[in-house]
Design a protein around this ligand. Structure first.
Ligand code: NI
Length: 174
């Protein structure tokens, strides 16, 4: 297994629409495993392939709380089939927008179809934190970040802050 580098915003690779995988084969499974390890190491609860520079429709998640057994999920080609009318507001963050958080409103529950680790087509229903996290990760596959759901003013503030962090890091690296 390998740790992958996580891309941080602003970066054009985070704005691309990712392509579906043909099938979950050994190479996709390896990507899923590497993404999950990378996510755990970064102490995240979700990660999408575009965040590690791979423009394919693959996401991994684990929303288990501290002290609970791990609940890793590895999904390819996830497709939302239904969204609840009821919405919920969550304080969201993202491994690609380090240390930035904002309140985002999303449907409280969803139903989705996806390919699992064995390349089986499955459906699942999710609600609460899992539904929020799934929607956040599926957004990444469409080039959408959580800041795209908030006011342009707040979005601008966050992205400018991140651009500044990037510039200062580049200076240090030089
Ligand atoms: Ni994210």
């Amino acid at each position: 297994m390998a740790f992958l580098a996580i891309i941080t915003a602003p970066d054009p690779r985070l704005k691309l629409k990712a392509r579906p995988v043909g099938a979950v084969d050994d190479s996709v499974r390896r990507l899923m495993d590497d993404m999950l390890e990378t996510m755990y190491r970064a102490i995240g609860i979700g990660l999408a392939a575009p965040q590690v520079g791979v423009a394919r429709r693959v996401i991994v998640l684990d929303v288990a709380r501290e002290g609970e057994p791990p609940q890793p999920l590895k999904l390819a080609n996830p497709e939302i089939l239904w969204r609840s009318g009821e919405v919920v507001t969550s304080n969201e963050g993202c491994l690609s927008l380090p240390e930035q958080y904002a309140e985002v409103v999303r449907p409280q529950a969803i139903r989705l179809r996806y390919l699992d680790y064995q390349n089986e087509l499955r459906e699942m229903e999710a609600e609460g934190v899992l539904a929020t996290c799934l929607q956040h990760e599926i957004d990444h596959l469409n080039g959408v970040l959580f800041v795209d759901h908030i006011s342009p003013l707040k979005r601008g503030m966050i992205l400018r802050k991140l651009a500044k962090v990037k510039r200062s890091r580049a200076t240090v690296a030089a």
